[in-house]
Design a binder for this molecule. Structure first.
Ligand code: LMR
Length: 397
C-alpha cells in the first residue's frame, strides 16, 4: 500500500482552528483564530466597492484568455501606486500573485536561485506560515528578537544588536505594520534605524505587508517604505489584498521587487517570471481586476477607503471595550496594552495552558501563543469571552 507508513500531518496552527471550530457543537463557541475581519454580527461581508467593481467587470469583461505571467500591467501599476505613490517606478516590477502567501513563496523561490546559501531571518515570534514557506523553498531560517513579553513592546535593543550581526546577502523578513501575531509595530524612528542597518550590513529586506490600512491608515502605513526607496536598496514587498479589500477567497496579492537600478530590475524580474511559470504559470484574473477597477475609479476608490476605515475603526473600538470588560469582570491581569496594539491581532499575554483551557472548557478558539483575532469579538460574545478569560486566569495560572 502506497500510504501504509504515512502518519497524518499535524493540523495547520491557524487554518486548522477553523476546521475544529466548525465541528464544535457548543452554542457559545467563539472563533478568534484565523485573521478574517468580522462585522458586529460576525459576518465577513463583501465590501460595497468590491460588489460594484464586480458588476462593472461582469458587463465589461470580454475575454477569459490568459493573463501575462506577471499579471495585468495595470494591476502592477495600481499596486505600486498603493505602495509608493508611483515613485521611482523604473526600478521596480510587480507580479500579481495568489495572495500574500503566493508572493512570499515566489520571492523565496526566486531568491533561492541567486542566494542559495543565505539564511532567512524571521522575527520572534512571527506568522506561523513564514518558516514553512521559506523552508519549503530550501532556505535555512533563524530568528531575530522582536517581542518583549515583559513590556508588551519591542525588544528593540536586542533586535538591533542581532540585525547588526546578520551577514551580507542574508534575507530579513520584516512586517511593515500590524505585526502578526503581536500587533506591536516599529516606530518610524526605529524603522529608519533598521533601514540604516540594512544599508550598512547589506542584508536583503523582505517586507510582508498583509495589512495595509489596518494600522493607522493606507498612507500612514506605507510611509515607512519611503526611507527604503531613499536608501536605494534592493528589497521586496509581499502585498495581500485579502484583508484590506476583503478578497480572501480570490487569493489576490503581489510581489514587488525593487532593485538598485532600472536595468537590474528588468533582469531580476525576468527570473521572477520564470519562477512563476513553473509554479502556477500565470495568475487568475478576477481578484486583480477588482482591485484595478476600484483603483481606477475615484468614486469606488473613496468608497473602498471609507469601508477600510470603518473596519479599522471597529477593531480599535473593540480593543477598548475588551479591555474595559475584562477589568469589569475582575480579570487578575492588566490588559491595557491591548489598546496600544495595531491591526487585527492581539497578543493577549495568555499562556498556552490558558489558551487550551479556553478551547477545551469554553469553546473559545485562539492561536497557540495567545494570539486572538480582535475582529472576532462581537457584542454577542464579549461578555462570555471576558468572563471566560478571567476564569482561565484563575484556574489555569
Ligand atoms: C492569519 O494569520 O490568520 C491569516 O494571515 C490567515 C492565514 O493564512 O494564516
Amino acid at each position: 500500500m502506497l500510504y501504509q507508513n504515512l502518519s497524518p500531518a499535524p493540523a495547520d496552527p491557524i487554518l486548522g482552528l477553523t476546521d475544529a471550530f466548525k465541528k464544535d457543537s457548543n452554542p457559545s463557541k467563539v472563533n478568534l483564530g484565523v485573521g478574517v475581519y468580522m462585522d458586529e454580527k460576525g459576518r465577513t461581508p463583501i465590501l460595497k466597492a468590491v460588489k460594484q467593481a464586480e458588476k462593472i467587470l461582469l458587463d465589461s469583461q470580454d475575454t477569459k484568455s490568459y493573463l501575462p505571467i506577471a499579471g495585468a500591467p495595470e494591476y502592477g501599476q495600481a499596486v505600486q501606486e498603493l505602495l509608493f505613490n508611483s515613485r521611482e517606478s523604473a526600478r521596480m516590477r510587480t507580479a500579481h500573485t495568489p495572495g500574500g502567501t503566493g508572493a512570499l513563496r515566489v520571492g523565496a523561490d526566486f531568491l533561492r536561485k541567486i542566494r542559495a546559501s543565505a539564511t532567512v531571518w524571521l522575527s520572534s515570534p512571527t506568522w506561523a506560515n513564514h518558516k514553512g514557506i521559506f523552508s519549503a523553498a530550501g532556505f535555512k531560517t533563524a530568528e531575530y528578537p522582536y517581542y518583549d513579553p515583559a513590556s508588551h513592546g519591542i525588544a528593540f535593543d536586542r533586535m538591533r544588536e542581532c540585525l547588526k550581526a546578520i551577514p551580507e546577502g542574508d534575507i530579513v523578513l520584516l512586517h511593515v505594520c500590524c505585526h502578526n501575531p503581536t500587533g506591536v509595530d516599529l516606530s518610524p524612528e526605529q524603522w529608519k534605524d533598521v533601514i540604516g542597518i540594512a544599508q550598512e550590513r547589506k542584508w536583503i529586506p523582505f517586507l510582508d505587508f498583509a495589512y495595509q490600512g489596518f494600522g493607522k491608515g493606507v498612507e500612514e502605513d506605507r510611509a515607512v517604505l519611503e526611507p527604503l526607496l531613499d536608501a536605494k536598496l534592493a528589497f521586496f514587498v509581499a502585498s495581500s489584498f485579502s484583508k484590506n479589500f476583503g478578497l480572501y477567497q480570490e487569493r489576490v496579492g503581489a510581489l514587488t521587487l525593487v532593485a538598485e537600478t532600472a536595468d537590474a530590475a528588468e533582469a531580476a524580474f525576468s527570473h521572477v517570471k520564470t519562477t512563476i511559470r513553473v509554479l502556477y504559470s500565470n495568475p487568475s484574473a478576477h481578484g486583480g481586476a477588482i482591485v484595478t477597477t476600484i483603483f481606477r475609479d475615484p468614486a469606488l476608490r473613496s468608497l473602498w477607503l471609507s469601508e477600510l476605515n470603518e473596519m479599522r475603526g471597529r477593531i480599535a473600538a473593540v480593543r477598548k471595550e475588551f479591555v474595559n470588560q475584562l477589568k469589569a469582570k475582575g480579570a487578575s491581569m492588566d490588559f491595557s496594552f491591548i489598546c496600544r496594539q495595531n491591526g487585527m491581532f492581539s497578543f493577549s499575554g495568555l499562556s498556552d495552558a490558558q489558551v487550551s483551557y479556553l478551547r477545551e472548557k469554553k469553546a473559545i478558539y485562539m492561536v497557540a501563543g495567545g494570539r486572538m483575532n480582535v475582529a472576532g469579538i462581537l457584542p454577542g460574545n464579549i461578555g462570555y469571552l471576558c468572563e471566560s478569560v478571567a476564569e482561565a486566569l484563575e484556574r489555569a495560572p
